[in-house]
Write a protein that binds this ligand. Structure first.
Ligand code: FRU
Length: 424
């Protein structure tokens, strides 16, 4: 029988492994892979809403694209409830932390625009209420398709279930701003299959989301990355020699790490428009290492494939740890083998003094890394915090062979275009 990969003319591949031995090399607070401290007096983009995952408008090759001189970003967004009795504490004060922690359940896709690649102006909701089939509109990717302004928004429709979907609309510009029109018909693309990617029935804590479509610079075909977990019933995964890697004596015990089963999934399009997809085996697995490899994305540089993903301290397995931040892997061809950048995989982590200062990093092909502010301590002990829900300072990074280096810091939410498209 032909495997899927053979049917679609894609090289069959073995997933690359992020091993426990690799993760043992993670060093928090290495200045070359640590995000500069975010100050507690940060500006807030908009006091009516929380924003978190930020998705710059881009083309299928990964270039961040402006239209008629307007930069556009999409964000996961939720209303703030400073006056809602539900979010007042016993003293009648707004419990912003509880409001912030509840945001995922009411996440919606919004857009923002700017002439300068920062100081974003509020655009509004991308889809009208009732268009998206589920309660939550989770992360994905807006793709500018052509100079008619057509945009395919790939995203995750969550609760009930988790389905990778897309919706087509159009970006329209005037002298004064940008609007999104259309985005009226959501097309389901695929869900976890239970053979390669874990389903909700196999694990109530499964992850299946965050589509990132792209054109492979080498074979020209249309593919998509996404976040998944390795298929199988929760607790049934094996953390064997391959997953452990070459560890020093005394590090063989894997504890309960079989519960951590993250992977980076890949699918190939059967058609030119990306309406018909076939899931392929994961590119990378982290069984026994970490349970979440979120928002996977590529930078194509120097003929190499730089695969980035975000992850958390709390999703690491027993016996391994690392900061919240962005991790990365590099290969000479799309299907690997991938090796962890900087030896460990850690590319840009939060400093240990401010472990939750930022998250959801997105590495752009110009080496700039955007993220959002989660919470920053306002006192020495870290017991008092200020919740963000806004754009973090952008970090500049150099990618060289198998290493990365933090080299610069820019303004809050600085996401400059790499090319401009004049709409016809
Ligand atoms: C990353 C993330 C994404 C998900 C969204 C939900 O911050 O967990 O994986 O789509 O946030 O809010």
């Amino acid at each position: 029988m032909k495997t899927n990969t053979e049917k679609f003319g894609v090289t069959p591949h073995q997933p690359s492994l992020w091993t426990r031995a690799d993760a043992l090399k993670v060093r928090a607070d290495d200045p070359t892979t640590t995000q500069p401290l975010v100050r507690a007096d940060f500006p807030v983009l908009n006091n009516d809403v929380f924003i978190w995952d930020t998705m710059p408008l881009r083309d299928l090759d990964g270039n961040v694209t402006s239209v008629d001189g307007w930069s556009v970003i999409f964000t996961l967004t939720a209303d703030r409830h400073p006056n809602d009795p539900q979010y007042l504490d016993e003293d009648g004060n707004y419990d912003i932390l509880r409001d912030w922690n509840d945001r995922h359940g009411r996440a919606k896709m919004y857009y923002w625009f700017s002439r300068t690649g920062k100081n974003w102006e509020f655009g509004g909701r991308v889809m009208a209420e009732g268009v998206s089939p589920t309660a939550r509109e989770w992360a994905g990717t807006p793709i500018l398709l052509n100079d008619r302004g057509e945009v395919d928004l790939y995203y995750t429709a969550v609760t009930p279930g988790a389905t990778i979907v897309k919706v087509r609309g159009r970006v329209v510009t005037t002298e004064h701003g940008v609007s999104m029109v259309g985005f009226e018909k959501v097309k389901p693309l695929f869900e976890a299959d239970g053979n390669m990617y874990q389903t909700e029935a196999q694990n109530a804590f499964w992850g299946f989301r965050d589509p990132w479509p792209f054109r492979d610079p080498k074979d020209g075909k249309l593919y998509m990355l996404f976040e998944g977990n390795v298929a199988g019933e929760r607790g049934s995964h094996k953390v064997g020699e391959a997953e452990i890697g070459d560890v020093p004596p005394g590090y063989e015990d894997v504890g309960n790490s079989r519960y951590q089963t993250a992977c980076i999934g890949i699918a190939v399009a059967r058609d030119a428009d990306g309406d018909d997809w076939e899931m392929l085996p994961p590119l990378l697995t982290a069984v026994g290492v970490n349970d979440q490899t979120e928002r996977p994305h590529f930078v194509f540089q120097d003929g190499k494939y730089y695969l980035f993903t975000i992850s958390h301290t709390f999703t690491y397995a027993d016996g391994v740890t690392g900061p919240d931040g962005v991790y990365g892997f590099v290969a000479d061809s799309l299907f690997g083998p991938y090796v962890p950048l900087n030896g460990s995989g850690l590319v840009l982590g939060n400093p240990s003094s401010q472990p939750f200062q930022t998250y959801s990093h997105y590495v752009m092909p110009n080496g700039l890394v955007t993220s959002f502010i989660d919470s920053v301590p306002t006192d020495e002990t870290g017991t008092q915090i200020r919740v963000g829900g806004t754009e973090a300072p952008t970090v500049g990074m150099k990618i060289k062979g198998q290493q990365t280096f933090v080299v610069a810091e820019y303004d809050y939410g600085y996401i400059p275009p790499m090319l401009d498209v004049t709409l016809k």
